[in-house]
Design a protein around this ligand. Sequence first.
Ligand SMILES: [Zn+2]
Length: 355
Amino acid sequence: MHYGIVPPFLLDRVAAADQPHLARAARAARHTLIAPREYRPRRTQLELSVEGGTLVARTEPSPDRTIADAAGTETLPGVTVRTEDRPPVADSTVNQAFDGLGATFDFFWEAYRRDSIDGCGLPLDATVHYGHDYDNAFWNGERMVFGDGDGDVFVGFTGSLTVIAHELTHGVTEASGGLDYQGQSGALNESISDVFGVLAEQSAHNQSVDEASWLIGAGILAPGIDGVALRSLKAPGTAYDDRVLGKDPQPATMAGFVHTSEDSGGVHINSGIPNHAFYLAAVAIGGRAWERAGRIWYRAVTAGTLPKDADFATFAHATLAAAQAEYGVDAKEVAAVRAAWTSVGVLAHAESPAH
Ligand SMILES: [Zn+2]
């Protein structure tokens, strides 16, 4: 499993950089690529909590966060430095992780009445300062883990809420039945994390579809890098164009679909196609994207009917079914979703309804 926010093809580019001033970054990327990263999927289970002899039923859930500090090592979980009962600390990375987990929790609860990753109040655990110059942030099935970046190409992964929400959404997808991390189903898995990654940020800032940046990872590229983020849902393929990183390889439509065995069959590349379909649907529906477009995607992901090997077309039909169930067969939301998938070439024009 490679649930890191930075795709392996980008780390390969940084690892191969031969400019003297990027020696530290290249070393960091090489190490990040080979560092062991155990994946530990967690079984959803019902835990009965008895407090003071009484079974407590929560009506308004709140996050249960624990932030640990690995202090530059690759040993998890590290030393606990902040919990719900402890105030902010001097280390801003710790506070950013704490606040980002809280904002993601609030987003899923307020938008979709989902109580944490598993819907059952799963505690949100994170480790910061993982490894030395570690160039990634990832979800290992149990916790969110943040490296500090090498400082010359990647900086502070806790700075972008989209990164935190992206990783936690991998947990939501998994808890909903999962999507195989390979080929089109893997690209869908990535895209769903990007979609709810940007929606968490848009919701936190109360942004309309026109006000939002639609970027994943804005602010995690170092100042000298020619780029604004890791990915763009609005304009896939335009997030960066840099001497070291190369050009953002994401296609926006099926015409640009990349056939590759790298990156688990291009999961971080072809995710640009469903990402752009979501963007088009959200803009056509208008307003705040998490309210209607996001609700349709959320319903499609969590209905429990998606096969683990779903391809783009299967998911497109699932979002159409979700839109029809939510808003009615003739709703403008349904037309917007259909037009979006048609625009990116996943659904054919002939699939328009007869009525
Ligand atoms: Zn991911």
